[in-house]
Write a protein that binds this ligand. Structure first.
Ligand code: HT7
Ligand code: ZN
Length: 868
């Protein structure tokens, strides 16, 4: 299979001036008629036109009304070539597609009996023959004909301009989108849906109709999504001066979806998980994610739709930028510090791992076999970190100047990451040439910081050195890597008082491999707080003794670094404890850590959400990255030991804090109540590891008495780890109460897949035969198999049973849903980081998958990179 290379980009030979689509909907044989007006691209003179097309049954092709014979075009599995075309003409194709049997969820498919499309990245070619590439932007007029009973609602992008009844119980609706768009933003939805309506008045006074379309039984679960949309629209006006451009904005929630949501122009399609919410069915985290995903898709209207990507290698142009925008939005709605900590935790747990394994790639990749494999943490999350660095360097105003120029230059066009960088540079008269390296180099840089103190000169100096770790060979973007520009936010603290030494706080730029930054006029050696707010996406290496880390935990003005000092200290101690286990050393709770933990517990200056984070030990997946050879068993044992010892030492403080928080009364949805629930459930988790009947009853009581899903799910997850009768009772009660709500049943699957109990693999296997389990529903597969791969101690069970389970499952689904299978198989990517026995077992499973006859290209790409 030949990869696509970034360097192979060529403009198209023809542009499309407009397109008319007609859909005659039928579950097995939908007829799609496309009339495309094309004009030769004068920059690329050729009379040959390649149209992409996949899984289409061609019925006819005509040029300017004249039907072509089979010898007048070349048909292949992946498209057709038209020869000897005039300067401009109209191409008409008719094809049949089968939505009912399309389980890949790309192109036109059926979900819960309704029709739905997903075109990004390359799904439009599964609907009709087309120049299915983002640099071809055109206007669409779409006619949909369908059965009035099964499809009373028929939607597409833009404005509804006509509707009429037809014979045979069918009807027809016509939609027109005035904005030129690439094919990946096309959408069609049809079926039995109900609408939750709202409005938004833009700052220039235009009324926009807001419509959230869902299956009838979900109509009472849409208000949070609607309010989130209204907040997002307002925020983008206030912060970026960006106003919505159509008179209608529709969101449709569907149950079967490969990703979170899709920003189709004027007609977003969402995984129902990111729309539907009531306190009884959605957790506080679900509420927050719904708001963030609604915002993300809305923000794409400018960063993605109005200004789009020239080619798919530029994906981070829209995704990195839009993630940054949604992060800023959430920070403004909630707490900037907590949001930053959550985001950096996610980056470290996901992107850092990706960036050190076989899938390591620059945020602007150099090649791909399947583009769907590059919707990655690197493109999205690291991409957002690169945008954040422009913001850090330029400040909010300079960044806004850059954004304004970007839109001024590129509205309604398809551009590159270089164009974005140039707009930021030109608007601020600053040179960002070196920033190019962030786009072309893979891997997480290491920033090593050493300090020196010259008492005679009253000078303190920080020497910063950057380097790239070696990566598994053969990955493009890993050779000849050069230093990148690093904005490092620094603060100095008085070592006695803990006070900030204001004149030395700020951002220093490390532009070269190494540089020393000197701070003068100090009366004593200060304590430095480095990389505040995680101002650059690097691994910080700074030798700190435990006292210094405890000092920063107690005094740092920067909440991110205050939290991070605690995480660094916990990581050091837990890794040491885990390594000690292998050497036969007994486990012991560090007194220093115990005291620091106690100080956080009794500190009432923190808000509750921050305190919850500060009391939480680093995840096993993050800890593992710091081990030479990951030992999941000893890490789990050491972390559990720490949790139990901390709970024992602070049992009375934890109990009274829990009681205080649990006395809050009936569920409320304000930020303070959300923060308090977060802290309460962290405290409950500590108490649950004590083998005391009173603690188990407390968890069980919370489960049975909860008036909201946050508290219920938290208690259920804790019970799922235990070997007590209360566990089975709770799981049965939960299932019974929520069996008709698929999103809640997903939670039931996930808590069981994440259980640390030794019989988890057996349970997971049994759950795959449960009548509610379906391989066709990605949410269900992710909640069971996906969650299981995150269960460090059980997925990596020494006997290899977890590996076999995953491989069997990947092989079961790969031909029906390649995208989903490829995401799951990526759980093997870190195999080289484990001991020899686990390595061999994972490698053997990867080989078994690689040898599978007819393996889909998505899985093939991941597996061959891993085995390389
Ligand atoms: N832009 C959207 C990407 C997406 C997608 C990509 C591949 C396959 C299926 C997909 N569904 C949605 C989502 C986003 O980033 O906003
Ligand atoms: Zn996006």
């Amino acid at each position: 299979i030949q990869p696509v290379l970034r360097s192979d980009y060529r403009p198209p030979t023809y542009w499309i001036e407009n397109v008319e689509l007609e859909f005659d909907l039928d579950p097995r044989e939908t007829l799609v008629t496309a009339r495309i007006a094309v004009r030769r691209n004068s920059q690329q003179p050729s009379d040959t036109l390649d149209l992409a097309g996949e899984n289409l049954k061609l019925q006819s092709v005509a040029i300017d009304g004249k039907r072509l014979d089979g010898d007048q075009y070349q048909l292949r599995d992946d498209g057709m070539t038209l020869l000897n075309l005039p300067e401009s003409c109209q191409i008409e194709t008719k094809v049949l597609v089968s939505p009912l049997t399309n389980k890949s969820l790309s192109g036109l498919y059926q979900t819960s009996g309704n029709y739905c499309t997903q075109c990004e990245a390359v799904g439009f070619r599964r609907i009709t023959y087309f120049l299915d590439r983002p640099d071809v932007m055109t206007t669409y007029r779409v006619t949909i004909r369908g059965d009035k009973k099964t499809c009373p609602v028929m939607l597409s992008n833009g404005n509804r301009i006509a509707a009429k009844d037809l014979d045979d119980g069918r009807h027809e609706v016509v939609w027109e989108d005035p904005f030129p768009k690439p094919s990946y933003l096309f959408a069609l939805v049809a079926g039995n849906l109900k609408c939750h309506r709202g409005t938004f008045t833009t700052r220039s006074g235009r009324d926009v109709a807001l419509e959230i379309w869902v299956e009838p039984q979900n109509i009472d679960k849409c208000e949070h999504a609607l309010v989130s949309l209204q907040k997002s629209m307002k925020w983008d006006e206030d912060v970026f001066g960006l106003e919505y451009d159509l008179d209608i904005y529709m969101i449709v929630a569907v149950n079967d979806f490969n990703m979170g949501a899709m920003e189709n122009k004027g007609l977003n399609v969402f995984n129902s998980k990111y729309v539907l919410a009531l306190p009884d069915t959605a957790t506080d985290e679900d509420y927050m994610l719904i708001e963030a995903v609604i915002a993300h898709e809305y923000f794409h209207n400018w960063t993605g739709n109005r200004v789009t990507c020239r080619d798919w290698f530029q994906l981070t142009l829209k995704e990195g930028l839009t993630v940054f925008r949604d992060q800023q939005f959430t920070a403004d709605q909630t707490s900037a510090a907590v949001k930053r900590i959550d985001d950096v935790s996610g980056l470290r747990a996901g992107q850092f791992v990706e960036d050190s394994g076989p899938m390591a790639h620059p945020i602007r990749p150099e090649s791909y076999i399947s583009m769907d494999n590059f919707y990655t943490a690197t493109v999205y999350r690291k991409g957002a970190e690169i945008i954040r660095m422009y913001h850090t360097i330029l400040g909010a105003e300079g960044f806004r100047r850059g954004m304004d120029l970007y839109f001024q230059r590129h509205d309604n066009s398809a551009v590159t990451c270089d164009d974005f960088r140039a707009a930021m540079a030109d608007a601020n008269n600053i040179n960002f040439d070196r920033f190019d390296r962030w786009y072309s180099q893979a891997g997480t840089p290491e920033l090593t910081v050493t300090e020196s103190w010259d008492a005679a000169k009253s000078e303190y100096a920080l020497t910063m050195t950057q380097s790239y770790p070696t990566l598994p060979g053969g990955n493009p973007g890993t050779e000849d890597r050069n230093p990148v520009p690093l904005p490092v936010r620094v603060g100095l603290l008085d070592a006695e008082s803990g006070e900030e030494i204001e004149q030395h706080s700020g951002v220093v730029m490390l532009d070269t491999e190494t540089e020393t930054f000197t701070f003068s006029g100090l009366s004593a050696k200060p304590i430095a707080s480095v990389l505040r707010g995680f101002s650059a996406p690097v691994r910080l290496r700074m030798q700190r003794d435990n006292e210094e880390l405890a000092f920063l935990m107690a005094n740092d003005n920067d909440p991110f670094n205050r939290w991070d000092a605690g995480q660094t200290l916990a990581t050091k101690l837990l890794i040491d404890a885990a390594n000690g286990l292998a050497d036969g050393r007994a486990l012991e709770l560090s007194e220093q850590f115990r005291d620091a933990f106690g100080r956080v517990l009794s500190d009432n200056s923190f808000d509750e959400a921050f305190k919850a984070l500060a009391l939480t030990l680093p995840r096993e997946s993050v800890l593992g990255q710091e081990m030479d050879v990951i030992d999941p068993d000893s890490l789990h044992t050491a972390r559990q030991f720490y949790r139990r010892r901390l709970a024992e030492c602070f049992q009375s403080e934890l109990t009274s804090l829990y009681n205080e928080l649990a006395a809050d009364g009936a569920y409320k949805n304000d930020q303070k109540s959300i923060n308090r629930r977060r802290l309460k459930n962290v405290v409950l988790a500590y108490l649950s590891v004590l083998d005391v009947p009173a603690c188990i009853s407390r968890v069980s009581n919370q489960f049975h008495q909860a008036d909201n899903m946050t508290d219920k799910q938290a208690a259920l997850s804790l019970l799922a780890n235990l070997d007590v009768p209360e566990r089975d009772a709770a799981l049965a009660a939960f299932y019974d109460q929520y069996k008709t709500d698929p999103l809640v049943i997903d939670k039931w699957y996930a808590v069981q897949a994440l259980s640390s109990r030794p019989d988890t693999i057996e349970h997971v296997k049994q759950l795959t035969s449960h009548p509610d389990f379906s391989v066709d529903n990605p949410n269900r597969v992710r909640s069971l198999i996906g969650a299981f791969t995150q269960n460090q101690v059980r997925f990596h069970q020494a006997d290899g049973a977890g590996y076999k389970l995953l491989a069997d499952y990947v092989l079961e689904i790969e031909s029906a849903n390649p995208q989903l299978a490829a995401r799951l198989v990526a759980a093997f990517n870190s195999y080289r980081r484990f001991d020899e026995s686990r390595q061999t077992q994972m490698q053997d499973e990867l080989k078994r998958i690689a040898e599978h006859p007819g393996l889909c290209k998505d899985v093939h790409e991941i597996v061959q990179r891993a085995l390389h």
